[in-house]
Design a protein around this ligand. Structure first.
Ligand code: AQP
Length: 337
């Protein structure tokens, strides 16, 4: 039996943070033994908002190195860079031409991100979910790990595959594209901003104090946690809707210390912030230390990283090109290769 295939990725829009690790990459690491795992750095997605061309290539490599430093093992998964495989852009175009505009206009992420862009909203930002659909569908993914924020995009990918490609260009017995299922991720993996417990931790938040990046040095981690927003109440607890910051920081402590939610709920039930914050800082520094050490090694050996990415690209391209050919052929194009 072939293992179910999984596809996922993160945008190289800045240094990865605890949310990207705990909400996404940590789950991929768990999947690589049981699933045929493809993970890419989605650099084409990163230019859907204004970007700095002088740092895109470095950010892309640093992100790939972060995947490996967090435990993705190139012998057990395929790690590659999205833009190195032209099939992503080509399938995106084919899907664009069958996707109704109003399906994209109702995407929540588009509405939220376009508000931040003012008059500068690109067509690419609107089209982001179609490119994401192309990423997923190219690999015949059985499962796509999704957090709450990406559920709507996966639903769109399923609708495009089912209603717009298979129903129009395939048959019931011979569908053109595999329709992926969501893989619902571990509970409690949504990490919130350190400065506002009601918004998610994000690479693009202009306030750097709102996130802990995977490469922050220990003193900076300690400083950011010291300044993190709290409330005046004594005793820390989970699940109080009036205390989102408490829920977030306690949740981080449960994961980063490895103690789990029940144990930390007991440990911190009577604690004040003055005692808790140094404990959280210590746990964060200790959890990130091995990732940072491995990341330094990888960045010091560009040839090894190049090799991992070349192997990943070749494996990914073989799958992607064969899917693209299926779609081209179903839509009436002669095969180009
Ligand atoms: N705060 C978070 N908590 C849990 N998971 C998170 N992810 C992102 N932020 C959190 C997960 O990381 C994966 C890839 O994210 P992305 O970089 O492709 O896009 P994003 O979700 O928009 O992440 P950011 O950090 O907020 O980036 P910017 O600021 O550039 O938009 C996804 O699986 C996501 O769920």
């Amino acid at each position: 039996m072939p293992r179910p295939r999984v596809l996922s990725g993160v945008q190289p829009t800045g240094a990865l943070h605890l949310g990207n690790w705990l909400g996404a990459i940590r789950n991929w690491v768990d999947l690589q033994d049981s699933h045929d795992t493809f993970v890419c750095v989605v650099d084409l997605h990163a230019i859907t908002v204004p970007h700095d061309p002088s740092s895109l290539a470095d950010d892309t490599r640093t992100t790939a190195a972060s995947y490996l430093a967090c435990g993705m093992d190139p012998n057990r998964c395929s790690v590659f860079i999205q833009s190195q495989i032209a099939a992503h852009s080509e399938l995106c175009w084919l899907l664009n031409c069958v996707t109704p505009l109003n399906w994209l206009e109702r995407m929540i992420q588009f509405k939220e991100k376009s508000v931040k862009q003012g008059d500068n909203v690109s067509v690419g930002l609107l089209d982001y979910p179609v490119l994401m659909a192309a990423d997923i569908l190219l690999y015949d993914a059985d499962l796509v790990p999704v957090g709450e924020d990406q559920k709507q995009h996966l639903e769109l990918a399923r609708d495009i595959a089912q209603q717009r490609i298979n129903a129009r260009f395939g048959t019931e017995d011979n569908p053109v594209l595999k329709v992926p299922e969501p893989l619902i991720l571990k509970e409690g993996a949504r990490v919130m901003s350190l400065t506002d417990g009601r918004s998610k931790m994000s690479k693009s938040d202009p306030n750097e104090g709102s996130r802990i990046t995977l490469l922050d040095p220990p003193e900076l981690i300690t400083k950011k946690i010291k300044r993190a927003k709290t409330d005046p109440l004594m005793g820390l607890e989970f699940g109080n809707p009036e205390r989102p910051e408490t829920d977030n920081l306690l949740g981080l402590y449960a994961i980063l210390s490895g103690k789990g939610r029940t144990a930390v709920a007991q440990e911190c039930a009577e604690m004040g912030w003055g005692r808790f914050k140094p404990l959280l800082a210590e746990a964060a520094v200790a959890a990130l230390e091995p990732i940072q050490a491995r990341h330094r090694e990888l960045m010091a050996d560009p040839a090894e990283l190049d090799n991992v990415l070349a192997v990943g690209r070749d494996r990914a391209e073989a799958v992607a090109v064969s899917t693209l050919d299926r779609v081209r052929s179903a839509m009436g194009f002669p095969l180009s290769r």
